[in-house]
Design a protein. Structure first.
Length: 194
């Protein structure tokens, strides 16, 4: 049976990258969820929260996918881990991970991606991209620190020093790299389908 011209156009709409087809969006959401999972496996052990490359992927997901799809990529990442895929740091999985020391950081990923995705579209300069992604990191750290304090640390100063201050140098490197990568690539490739 031959496809009619109308059905060909309809299928093309879903596959068309430039038009933001549904299939193209789903692929990019999955790609950035997978990038976050890969970033989780680049781990330097540290108690109570390890150093990873996850936030690097979160920032780029928001920047390239925009607020909605950036957040969706991170929700997909978290859902995959909760459903049993070994995508969390150290190959961990399961819903219990959301209650552990890193649970607050994970909960902050979709919010951070959404905020970064919204902000980077407002202006096209490196300083703005850096500040937008910096706010994204602040969101992740705030969620993480609040969770540590609420469930794992006896006082806020311990939670703040263990969950926030300790990551400053490492995340400044990731923030700088993500801002520069996005700034350069966005000149030719400002966004993927939304």
């Amino acid at each position: 049976m031959k496809m009619t011209d109308t059905s060909k156009l309809s299928l093309a709409k879903y596959l068309d990258y430039s038009a933001g087809g549904v299939l193209a969006q789903a692929i990019w959401i999955t790609v950035f969820a997978a990038a976050t999972a890969l970033g989780a496996q680049v781990e330097i052990s540290h108690h109570p929260v390890p150093y990873t490359l996850q936030t690097f992927a979160v920032l780029l997901a928001g920047a390239f996918l925009g607020a909605r799809n950036g957040a969706m990529s991170q929700l997909l990442y978290i859902a995959a881990g909760c459903l049993g895929a070994p995508v969390f740091a150290g190959g961990a999985f399961g819903i219990a991970k959301l209650l552990g020391p890193t649970g607050g950081y994970l909960a902050g990923f979709p919010v951070a991606a959404a905020v970064v995705g919204y902000l980077v579209q407002q202006r096209r300069n490196l300083l703005w991209h850096f500040l937008s992604m910096g706010l994204g990191l602040l969101i992740v750290f705030s969620f993480g620190t609040a969770h540590l304090y609420a469930f794992h640390m006896p006082d806020f100063s311990s939670a703040f020093s263990s969950g926030f201050l300790l990551f400053t140098w490492w995340d400044m490197l990731k923030l700088s790299a993500a801002a520069m990568i996005y700034h350069e690539l966005s000149k030719r490739w400002p966004k993927v389908p939304k």
